[in-house]
Design a protein around this ligand. Structure first.
Ligand SMILES: C[S@@+](CC[C@H](N)C(=O)[O-])C[C@H]1O[C@@H](n2cnc3c(N)ncnc32)[C@H](O)[C@@H]1O
Length: 356
């Protein structure tokens, strides 16, 4: 069985499909609701307290009616989210491993994001494909041009989004920190750097390094709070601006795009990379860090599933593009010889590094 911490795990699409597989896809939305309810009700934490737990104990701890606990346990045991041995319930192996690895809250933040940000907008997936634009944005209150500019008007969504974004980054940015050589880099421009999660990780791992988050003005308070909390105010700064409309600031020898090139069209990605090329000195580095799909267009399945969100919701044109497509954008922007850095694990992350 694949372990959540196994570096050799590379999720692929199950094939060939049988009727059982088809029914999982058919009711996939309901499977997710069991996971979400179990997270929100604290089922996994209740099971983590003892090795074996009886239904009555679960019922009392969760404060649920008998029928409700029957439904929850029927779903969670049949999906394998929890184990059942006679009358005893327990944690499934991946949940126990995530807890042990300290990644459980990160998984729960991702579940909350799927439930509160992603789910509704995905109702417009077909319409998004038909119109080749993010039709699901209409489900997010506001009139601003994309999800990011609307988050500030929707505090609950904003909180759920950035808790997830931090957790999703942290599930994979250990590869960014460990596998990319920042020893010769003195200053990183972190374009669309969010709440500074990756700048902070890089700063902590490289005491010589300075990083600047370049994000929209509404992000300033969140970034400054996180930087102060992490104790890296002398290393991590922030500038505000619009990455599409404004020139990139100069004076940096590395430009990082973390979780950016899944949002925009390939043309926009190339334009952003051109700006990076212009802003960098000779020998400067560009680093792309986000989910990647296979060059053959057949997986991994998590990249395919996550592409529904990028097609339907955040901005007009995005998906989990392939490694090859990212490399073509890099070459069109002037960068030659991009290097691939694989990020083994259950998330479909990858890293590309290229030098000017
Ligand atoms: C998917 S999040 C990635 C955050 C962070 N890089 C990470 O990996 O966790 C995209 C970020 O891009 C920012 N962003 C979106 N449009 C932008 C624009 N036009 N100019 C600058 N930042 C922008 C958003 O505010 C958000 O913080």
């Amino acid at each position: 069985m694949a372990s959540v911490t196994d570096r050799s795990v590379s999720p692929t699409a199950p094939a060939p499909l049988d009727m059982n597989g088809l029914s999982w896809v058919l009711f996939g939305h309901a499977a997710f609701q069991y996971l979400n309810a179990a997270c929100e009700l604290g089922l996994f934490e209740a099971l983590a307290e003892r090795e074996k737990t009886k239904k009555k104990e679960i019922r009392e701890q969760l404060g649920l009616a008998e029928r409700s606990v029957d439904i929850l346990l029927l779903g969670c045991t049949s999906l394998g989210l929890v184990t059942k041995d006679g009358e005893d319930y327990g944690l499934s192996a991946p949940v126990a491993e995530l807890m042990q690895a300290g990644d459980w809250q990160r998984l729960k933040d991702t579940v909350a994001f799927e439930q509160y940000v992603v789910y509704e907008g995905q109702l417009d997936f077909t319409e998004s494909l038909r119109t080749n634009t993010n039709a699901g944005l209409r489900r997010i209150p506001g009139t601003e041009r994309n999800l990011y500019f609307r988050l500030n008007e929707n505090p609950k969504l904003e909180q759920v989004f950035f808790a997830y974004m931090r957790s999703w980054s942290e599930l994979a940015n250990r590869h960014l920190v460990e596998e990319v050589d920042f020893s010769g880099v003195s200053s990183v421009l972190d374009v669309g750097g969010g709440d500074a999660v990756n700048s902070i990780a890089l700063a902590k791992a490289n005491p010589h390094l300075k990083a600047t988050v370049f994000d929209i003005p509404s992000m300033r308070e969140l970034v400054e709070g996180k930087v102060a909390e992490a104790g890296v105010r002398d290393q991590v700064a922030m500038v505000t601006g619009d990455m599409h409309a404004d020139e990139f600031p100069s004076g940096f020898d590395c430009v990082l795009f973390a979780h950016q090139f899944v949002i925009w069209t390939l043309e926009e990605n190339t334009a952003l990379l051109r700006k990076a090329y212009e802003a960098l000195p000779e020998g400067g580095k560009v680093v792309i860090f986000n989910s990647m799909s296979n060059d053959d267009g057949d997986g991994p399945v998590v990249a395919a599933l996550d592409s529904v969100y990028f097609a339907a919701l955040p901005a007009e044109g995005g998906m989990i593009y392939s490694w090859k497509q990212h490399e073509e954008c890099l070459r069109a922007a002037g960068f030659s010889n991009p290097q691939r850095v694989d990020c083994p694990g259950w998330t479909p992350h990858g890293i590309l590094v290229a030098i000017k």
